[in-house]
Ligand binder design. Structure first.
Ligand code: ASP
Length: 405
């Protein structure tokens, strides 16, 4: 019997993406139908992803740490990761500000009277730090508070290393549970073409081409900055620090890129991102630590978006930002992107913090809120590529180090 050739997951997702755009455009006059009957299947798929993400992060970080067998090694990987994340985010926001300033002349000047936007109460900086540490064993998992889950995984992982041989059954247990949850995740990921279709089609049907109209130039500016950042910064770092061809990198990343674009969730893309990065040769012990951390704190696309939107909102209010204010935006947007959760729409909420830092009116967010999802699809894509590039680089540095030793 002739064996049927199966389409790769990337090809399946791509077909789903194209179909979603075509069907969505055909349904622009039936946006409500798409929202009520197609979106729920996308939501089911996202729910399954959210369900699996906590155990995957918990057990993959623990088994990553256990396999390193050395707390100092975890520390050295952690420091490299955080330095890379901070530097690339600062580059991203600079590109966002520079790009938006270049495009400023083409931005529409929308009326700012009658604007209303209720900004959420910002969390004081010290509270953000305190909130990283869980006060309960269960709530971080039930609330899917990823930073707290990461802290739990680190603590328990370190304890397992320190207890040593006496905990060897626990080591085996963690490794086996990790395998089981990974398999579970694999099963869910197989549904991603359907998920992608059901998530994207209603977005296209509801937003349609018309709504983009006045904001088209702002969206274009953001997307150009997203592309420049990915093509220049990540290509450079992956090539020079990771020794990997950028073409290969982006090619292998396609399934994760398409998934992030349609789901607008870094945390949701985590499982598929792990698969892509491991296929590119990154070691599991590095990936299992660097990617979950990145999906939680590293948001380069969000930083770009915050830069572009700040300039756009300022120009609508007839305000010119000076150099000092731009520097403040770089600093606050870097912090804001760390505090942004890897879920749809989170970056827009944090935009309030950036605007406030330079005295721009928070109501300005109402100007971009209508098309936030379209900004979000691009910024999430950049966010996860940044996480992946870090895994490749840290993994390659660690590999070189262990060969030299
Ligand atoms: N949706 C983005 C993400 O998951 C976060 C944001 O809204 O900027 O990475």
């Amino acid at each position: 019997m002739k064996e049927k050739k199966k389409l790769s997951l990337a090809a399946q997702i791509f077909i789903a993406l194209v179909l979603a755009v075509i069907v969505g455009l055909l349904m622009t006059s039936h946006g409500e139908f798409a929202e009520s009957y197609i979106k729920p299947f996308g939501t089911i798929f996202l729910n399954l992803i959210k369900f699996i993400v906590v155990p995957v992060v918990l057990f993959s970080i623990m088994s990553g740490i256990i396999s390193m067998q050395d707390i100092r090694k975890v520390g050295s990987i952690g420091i490299k990761t955080i330095v890379y994340y901070l530097c690339t985010t600062a580059c991203a926001i600079t590109i966002g500000l520079a790009g938006a300033n270049l495009f400023k002349g083409f931005f529409p000047v929308l009326s700012t009277t009658d604007l209303e936007y209720e900004a959420a109460e910002p969390t004081p900086f010290m509270d953000t730090i305190v909130n990283i540490f869980p006060s309960n064993f269960i709530t971080p998992m039930s609330d899917a508070n990823m930073l707290q889950v990461i802290v739990m995984a680190l603590l328990i992982g370190f304890a397992i290393i320190l207890v040593g041989d006496r905990a060897k059954e626990v080591v085996t247990g963690v490794e086996k549970l990790n395998l089981v949850f990974m398999k579970c995740m694999d099963m869910i990921i197989k549904l991603s073409p359907v998920g992608v279709f059901c998530l994207l089609c209603p977005v296209v049907a509801v937003n349609g081409p018309a709504v983009l109209g006045s904001l088209a130039m702002v969206l274009l500016a953001a997307y150009i900055c997203y592309i420049v950042h990915a093509a220049v910064v990540y290509s450079l770092t992956v090539r020079t620090l990771g020794g990997l061809s950028p073409v290969k990198f982006f090619k292998e990343m396609l399934p994760a890129i398409m998934f992030a674009f349609s789901s607008a969730s870094s945390v949701g893309t985590l499982p598929i991102n792990m698969e892509c990065v491991e296929r590119l040769g990154a070691s599991r012990e590095v990936t299992s630590f660097v990617l979950p951390l990145g999906a939680t704190i590293n948001m380069d696309g969000t930083a770009i978006y915050q830069g572009v939107c700040s300039i756009f909102i300022a120009s609508c209010f007839g305000i010119d930002l000076d150099f000092g204010q731009m520097v403040t935006i770089v600093l606050t947007a870097t912090l804001a992107s760390i505090g942004t959760a890897g879920v749809p729409g989170a970056g827009m909420i944090m935009l309030a913090m950036v605007l406030q830092s330079v005295g721009l009116p928070v109501e300005g967010i109402a100007l971009v809120a209508g098309v936030d999802r379209i900004f979000d699809m691009g910024r999430t894509t950049v966010n996860i590529i940044g996480d992946a590039s870090c895994s490749i680089i840290v993994s390659s540095i660690e590999e070189k180090k262990s060969k030299a030793a």
